[in-house]
Design a protein around this ligand. Sequence first.
Ligand code: CMX
Length: 434
Amino acid sequence: MSKLKEKLASLMPEWRARVTRLLKEYGDVEIDKVYVRQFYGGMRGLKCLTTDISYLDPMEGIRFRGYTIPETLEKLPKAPGAEVPYVEGHLYLLLTGELPTEADVQDVISDLQKRGEVPDYVWATLRAMPRDTHPMTMFSTAVTSLQRESEFVKRYNAGMSKMDYWDPMFEDAMNLIAKLHTIAAYIYRMKYKDDTPISPDFSLDYGKNFAYMMGIDHPYDELSRLYFILHSDHESGNVSAHTTHLVASALSDAYYSLAAGLNGLAGPLHGLANQEVLRWSQNLMEQMGGKLPTKEYLQKYVWDTLNSGQVIPGYGHAVLRKTDPRYTAQREFALKHLPEDELFKMISLLYEVVPPILQEHGKAKNPWPNVDAHSGVLQWYYGIHEYDFYTVMFGVGRALGVLSNIIWDRALGQSIERPKSLTLEMLEERVGIK
Ligand code: CMX
């Protein structure tokens, strides 16, 4: 058994006892009310999910297991000379709630390296798809195709106690995480780099190996680590996390569950917004002959977008009410590594121009940028000019959080999800409309 799995097994009895007590002694305590607006408003603000992996405060932003983004980046172990922590250490934190030692991180690194080989049929599946298929479709298909490897399915079919569900869920999650960066890089180089995939180097950590397989030099390894950590988790109500949790609640395995979550991530109001930001910003730069627009021109462009009934991509959020600290962390990386880049200057100008316009427009509850407003410009700078690949990298990062969640879902016996629907007529009757 890996050390990480042993650690998880040692944590579970106490967590299970707390959940059992809560449900037994306080199961009927009311926490929140449901309002009519929430029926048609995407259940916004409704408190009916639980996770301990991360918590999103509207003003402060995400905390991973209690740590803010600056704290996470500061406290997790780093490779000698590196500026961004190991992805593997972040996974340890998400799963256990504890900061890993350097030895803990090395254990996770070597465990993932052993699980990293991708079966050839995955490549054959990807190659059977038309080359102009969206890379998110390829990514989610590759994950679904791996479902035949599921340990959970094998153990479930052989007959397994509910108390043990988390164990094969852990195996599936780790086997998947170990392969996702390789699959992503393969899709990239097959689709966009004249079909020249680079085999993984299993002596490297996750972020470094991804940069190596993408064929991009330092400091792209640092950016990869940052990107995967920042995108890992945003509590459990966002579309990708909730979908993964929902599908896993039917005891679908990690492969089915993650693929479903990735399909949700591929929507333009969620993860795909990062490609929209770049497309929208570069359209404007093209109009300007590659030059930075004036502030006045940019203001007009933003208003034109709003007046044509479209959203400003990368701005607004369902929960956040201030600048996303994931945006700030990426901005700090850009200020250090590409302060003079024209596109970065454009993204910075948008940061000045968009919030007051959204405030004046008066619709968006949050006029500030979210994570997607900044990720594209960094990828572009290091040579990834294919916007539609950005969400795939978001998906690699997001897998760390959503898979950690479904391991704990099984450990704590979360039930199959089945909220109750009402008809419009019933709602009208309940509020007194005749
Ligand atoms: N530009 C223009 N209008 C916006 C807006 C934006 N960036 N953000 C919100 N609004 C509008 C909404 O469309 C909504 O309009 P209607 O009343 O006509 O439906 C109104 O303002 C109120 O919306 P809200 O309560 O502030 O925001 P929601 O919780 O409904 O939606 C989000 C949140 C992220 C979908 C929305 O802000 C948006 O569409 N942003 C642009 C897309 C984006 O950046 N998505 C990425 C989010 C992060 C991620 O998941 O990756």
